[in-house]
Design a protein. Sequence first.
Length: 343
Amino acid sequence: MIDQREISSEQSLLNERGGLIQTGWARSPLWIYNRSAIRGVFTRIVEVDRYILFSDMAVLVFEIANRGRMIYASVQISNMVQGATFYDAYRINAPIGMVDLPPSCGSGTVKIRQKNCTIDFSVMTGGSRLIKVDLPTFYGGTGLRGVVVLTPSSVNECIATVHPWRRDRRAFRYNLRNPAFKAEGVMQFGTDELVFSKDNGWAALDWSRGYYPHGEVHYLAVASGVSGGRQIGCCIGYGMEDNSSGTENAFFIDGTLYKLGQVTFRISPRDWLAPWYFSSDDKRLSMEFQPVLEYRIKHSLLFQSIKERRVFGYMSGTFIEESGITCSFHNLPGYTERQKMKL
């Protein structure tokens, strides 16, 4: 039975021996991460800043990742109306394990500026976030440039979790997700404009810091959009970690977090473009994912590798609020993935 231990006070993540002080979940980033407190080889340290932008027409994924020896930035555009997806990755020119990612998700700036690749992630006053890119060689020279501002809800809750791994107690993942941002701005992709407006632009933050085991498999599903005049967001996932102190699953309505226990993923093993189904153990969430596009990614360096299977589409379903009221939502733009990592 999941204990769902909610953390309510700020605290250090690791003790002087590099062990976790307290696991569980929180509605804000209450754990203080310090990379130098990790006791282990640098090739197993994983730090990722990722933003997923949603509109009725397209989903964009921006990522800066430090995964052991693999240090890169990547951008993906998936146009679900045209049925086309475009992906490029850029190796970051920095010493292995030394890319400068902020220790906190609530402040700081990540700037990658090198030939043919400029990507800035900035946290501004009030919690708003700025994504700025200039990629003249993106997708064979088509090019991508633009600026998008992400504004949090007035509630500004998130799902933050700290989990160890069952078979390697030194390994841990500190993860934070927030699918309740509004996105406004324009990305120029060749001659096409990808517009994110007040009424048709949403975003999710996916922020991770950790010391991983040698092998990991993780599933994730994220959605964000408006249905029935309310902004709906969903973040659900599972992996090989020990989540007995609280899962990474949460549903958001107008920025307010509703905690979920275990969520079952039902995926057709033969056809990932067939509908997916999700259901929570308490029967509060019932959701269907209708895939439109699938894309596979692989990065490798020496003995390390990461394989991702990304699927883009639309989420529909129902969620029962704590008051007993049923919230129905239809065709929210969604993103799912399976990630296999070897470090």
